[in-house]
Design a protein around this ligand. Structure first.
Ligand SMILES: [Mg+2]
Length: 174
């Protein structure tokens, strides 16, 4: 599964700084919601997350939420965070809706990055699109039942990638 390996894995979003994004020449962020910026069963966005998003927006990054979650909850989160756009449900890893978002907002693939916690939705979508991906370790262990088995597989892949030289891991401990 080497071809799926992300360029970066981070312990949490706070490691994704302006400096990291500048190194990648990123201007647009395609951001997952569940277990990336908010725990899956919560609707309130943590203050730390709000500050992270605001600071990036102030630096001029555009932030689009791309979530497989239901639209009502995702809409509320997108409003709270003053995001530039939202697709929910996004149907990741399928590309129809994300391609529409890229087109409508003139997002260039070379200047975009996908940030998310799941290998078979976020990372796979990014690979199929040809957009780079920063994989985030999931915020909570609570998941839908059908994602549990995938999580086991993901856990192994992620561990291997963290220990490999092709992926950069940001965060203390391994
Ligand atoms: Mg997620």
């Amino acid at each position: 599964m080497k071809s799926l390996a992300p360029q970066f894995i981070v312990k949490d979003i706070s490691y994704i700084t302006d400096k990291v994004l500048k190194e990648l020449s990123v201007s647009d962020i395609l951001l997952d919601i569940d277990n990336t910026i908010v725990e899956r069963d919560k609707t309130e966005v943590p203050q730390k997350t709000k500050e992270w998003i605001l600071s990036l927006k102030k630096k001029g990054y555009r932030i689009f939420l791309v979530s497989n979650s239901l639209s009502k909850r995702a809409n509320k989160i997108a409003r709270d965070l003053y995001c530039d756009g939202l697709i929910a449900p996004a149907g990741k890893p399928f590309l129809r809706r994300i391609k529409k978002l890229l087109r409508e907002n003139r997002i260039e693939k070379e200047k975009a990055v996908v940030i998310g916690d799941q290998v078979f939705t976020d990372l796979l979508m990014s690979k199929r699109l040809g957009i780079r991906c920063i994989l985030v370790l999931p915020l909570s262990k609570s998941d839908l039942p059908h994602t549990k088995l995938l999580r086991l597989i993901e856990g192994r892949l992620i561990k291997n990638w963290i220990n490999s030289s092709s992926t950069i891991f940001l965060g203390e401990g391994k």
